[in-house]
Design a protein around this ligand. Structure first.
Ligand SMILES: [Cu+2]
Length: 165
């Protein structure tokens, strides 16, 4: 009986000790359903969208993005400015603890500026997202044909993008 109790305690202690290790092993921030907007050959810019999920107790911020398909890659949002939808660069995109944030047309997106080649439907895109804890989240996705979020919003993605670089 005593031996069983000891064994039980040892197993319990082992479970408690190993818990933090298993928490470290599973990535707390993950990405679901990533895709980029396929664009006509004349387009110089595009956007990438996804759902970013955070399973940790702490809010996490995406603070930078890099991609192999564009010369410059930025984090953007859309704002309504006197009835006109405009894009604006943001310093970070926050993913709440035990929550998620959607990057979608008309909202947050990863802006691909200065495409190195046309993004046709099915073309692969690799994006690295840098988080505020220093970790890098690699995202592999494909370009696909999608509708414009709004008549003007969609046009501005390719046409009225202020280039400050
Ligand atoms: Cu943008």
């Amino acid at each position: 009986m005593n031996a069983f109790l000891r064994l039980g305690r040892a197993l319990l202690a082992g479970l408690i000790l190993s818990a933090p290790l298993s928490a470290l092993a599973a990535p707390a921030v993950t990405v679901e359903h990533p895709y980029a907007r396929a664009v006509p050959p004349v387009a110089r810019n595009s956007g990438a969208f996804m759902l970013i999920r955070n399973d940790s107790d702490q809010a996490r911020r995406v603070i930078a993005a890099r991609s192999d398909v564009s010369r410059v890659t930025e984090l953007h949002t859309h704002i309504h400015d006197h009835g006109v939808m405009r894009m604006r660069r943001v310093d970070f995109i926050e993913v709440p603890a035990h929550g998620s944030v959607a990057l979608k047309p008309g909202g947050y997106h990863v802006m691909l500026i200065g495409l190195k080649h046309p993004l046709r439907p099915g073309d692969p895109v690799h994006i690295d997202l840098t988080l505020d804890d220093g970790s890098v989240l690699p995202v592999d996705l494909k370009a696909k044909k999608i509708g414009m979020p709004m008549k003007m919003g969609g046009m501005q993605h390719g046409m009225a993008m202020p280039m400050k670089h």
